[in-house]
Design a binder for this molecule. Sequence first.
Ligand code: SF4
Length: 232
Amino acid sequence: MSKVRVVCAHDCPDMCSLIAEVEDGRVVRIQGDPDDAFTAGFACAKVNRDMETVHSPDRLRTPLRRTGPKASGQFEPIGWDAALDEITTRWKAIIAESGPEAILGYAYSAHQGHMNRRLVSGLFHALGTSRLQAGTVCDTCCETAWDMTCGPVGGTDPEAVVHSDLVIAWGCDLMAVNIHFWALRRAAGGDRPAAQPDRGAGGLAPADPDRHGCGAGLWHRACAAARWVAGS
Ligand code: SF4
């Protein structure tokens, strides 16, 4: 068995450093890299099981060409050369008829690596296509809202959370989508209810409308309150 150091393939700000254990060409175990300060030796629940995705028989292995109406779910597998030929033929026809701005370059960050994120942006730039500010409809809206509310600041260093007096998790399910930030905050002793500032340096106040069973805001509120009642 060999151990391979890899980077998580999800578009997630934690950008975990992972160790994959490989046996006979198959990934058999994935764990967080203990030597990476932010990953701190653990991956989130979905990535702990990434080998099931990597080796799933349902995984796409070739490009698919749609053979029926949109949303009908009718596709046929085709080779890479055929797929690329079809794409370039159609793009060239669109550009010849209406100009390159008739194509919308739509792509975001994949696993936040430059190969995925920047290379395709260069292609769209070279073609002269229309572009969204941040690459996708959803993130362009977020970015505009952020700029209008907070101004042109990129955010804060997540590791600086240990110095915060109070963290407000606004509509953010930290346990589900930002587990390492939450763990860091917790390790720094900042997971008490915000209403108890006398119990140490700061607290965490979730503002989370999610009310289903695994809503971390609700779960966290309940756990933090229970721990405070227990005096721990
Ligand atoms: S928290 Fe999970 S999804 Fe995010 S980078 Fe780490 S392992 Fe990947």
